[in-house]
Design a protein around this ligand. Structure first.
Ligand SMILES: *[C@@H]1O[C@H](CO)[C@@H](O)[C@H](O)[C@H]1NC(C)=O
Ligand SMILES: *[C@@H]1O[C@H](CO)[C@@H](O)[C@H](O)[C@H]1NC(C)=O
Ligand SMILES: *[C@@H]1O[C@H](CO)[C@@H](O)[C@H](O)[C@H]1NC(C)=O
Length: 406
């Protein structure tokens, strides 16, 4: 009796297991489809390989929400498919140029709304908003026609004193930098870590870096060449940043920028800059008179903001564009072609803000203070390179404004 009972129990368990297995398999077939392949000429045994629907792979490519890092490649499937000569597009998830504030996590949506209500810089934009979808060429023409790349000179109101004349560079920046060929803009994003992009970056004619981004200790990933360094007024004003003493700042041409109110003329801005960096600027110039060091005319940031807003589908944070976007615009002015690294995140994307700091916040990729989301949409729109290059190298290739036919 006990033997029969035990056998019966085993049978029930086996039946239950088979039932569950059947349900699971049935569910899986709803998600994918079966590809029937013949094993060889002898057996004619159909071998069923479960595979993602190719249509599904296509949608994964651009529809995924940016900022999420949880879309693994179906690598196993692709390997099987390759072995059996079934061509399957591998899923590449890169920045979607149609991203909107809906793609932001709730916290960042609130931050954006908050900046909109504060409107610190008194932005009153009245131009068009996403009225027409401009082609990449049209956007490049907007940048070329409407951005004034002049730096502050002794001709600019409050700077026409003998004291300022003595510290401002004698040559204008166009003469100083000249016309450049292939340029690289190196973002400070955490995702450039372990990229091994150093040699590729250094192969460019000129390289632009940002703020305190070091090359020492990170040569393999970010390279060593520094032609221009764009710094914000906070970095040069705050003593802890060691701007006056750290030798990494002594390389190449320096440009500093400071946020001004939207409508401010140079006088108003000079009286009330965001960070009062003028003293530190003069100090640095006297200490290193041989190094070209310019002050960005504060109008440029709002000219660029207006173009971003015109091409954006909704209200942007009324704060200046990021250093990253300003640096891209500056290089577009000087170079024939600009490769931007890790401004649009690669497969290495993390929430790590900078490759040289252990600081994690999704705002660094998606934007909180700066309208980063809309900047990235524009850069993706202008990209001449491939999605693969973004995915593997975080690399976007843009046409220099000189080479745009308007
Ligand atoms: C299948 O792939 C292998 C290796 O890539 C190749 O040598 C072979 O010619 C392919 N066969 C067909 C039928 O495409
Ligand atoms: C972006 O939107 C445009 C127009 O709405 C559409 O044609 C295009 O396919 C979209 N692109 C992506 C990558 O979603
Ligand atoms: C820069 O200076 C050079 C030589 O003085 C001059 O020819 C050129 O027009 C200036 N460029 C700008 C943009 O002011």
């Amino acid at each position: 009796m006990t033997h029969v009972n035990l056998l019966r129990k085993w049978m029930y368990a086996l039946l239950a297991f088979l039932l569950v297995l059947t349900i699971c398999l049935w569910k899986e077939t709803q998600k994918g489809s079966f590809f029937t392949l013949k094993t060889d000429s002898q057996g004619h045994l159909p071998l069923k390989i479960w595979i993602w629907r190719t249509s599904k792979l296509h949608t994964v490519q651009d529809a995924a929400a940016p900022g999420t890092t949880d879309a693994p490649l179906p690598t196993k499937t692709v390997q099987v498919a390759a072995k059996k000569n079934v061509s399957v597009m591998p899923a590449i998830k890169v920045w979607n140029k149609n991203s909107s504030s809906k793609n932001l996590i709730l916290r960042l949506q609130k931050v954006r709304k908050n900046y909109l209500s504060i409107n610190k810089y008194h932005v009153s934009y009245t131009g068009p908003k996403n009225a027409v979808k401009h082609s990449p060429e049209e956007v490049l023409c907007q940048l070329r026609k409407r951005l004034n790349f002049q730096m502050i000179s002794k001709l600019d109101g409050p700077f026409s004193t003998s004291e300022w004349e003595a510290v401002l560079p004698r040559r204008n920046i166009s003469t100083e930098v000249g016309q450049l060929g292939r340029c690289a803009v190196v973002s400070s994003a955490g995702s450039i870590k372990s990229s091994r992009l150093g040699p590729e970056i250094d192969s460019h004619d000129a390289v632009l870096r940002f703020n305190g981004a070091p090359t020492r200790g990170f040569e393999a990933d970010v390279g060593v060449k520094t032609t221009i360094r764009l710094v914000n007024s906070q970095l040069i004003t705050v003593e802890e940043e060691k701007f006056l003493t750290d030798p990494q700042y002594n390389l190449g041409t320096l440009i500093v920028w400071d946020p001004a109110p939207y409508h401010a003329d140079v006088y108003q801005w000079y009286r009330r800059p965001d960070y009062n960096f003028f003293k530190a600027y003069k100090h640095y110039r006297r200490k290193y008179p041989g190094q070209p060091f310019y002050i960005l005319n504060p109008h440029m940031q709002w000219q660029l903001w207006d173009i971003l807003q015109e091409n954006a589908p909704e209200d942007m944070q009324p704060n200046p564009p990021s250093s990253g976007m300003l640096g891209i615009a500056i290089m577009l002015n000087f170079c024939d072609e600009v490769d931007v690294y890790e401004f649009l995140p690669s497969k290495r994307q993390t929430d790590m803000c900078h490759y040289y700091q252990k600081l994690y916040d999704q705002a660094c990729t998606m934007g909180a203070y700066h309208p980063l989301l809309f900047e990235k949409n524009m850069v993706k729109h202008l990209n001449r390179g491939t999605d693969e290059a973004i995915y593997t190298h975080g690399k976007v290739t843009l046409t220099g404004l000189r080479n745009v036919q308007c």
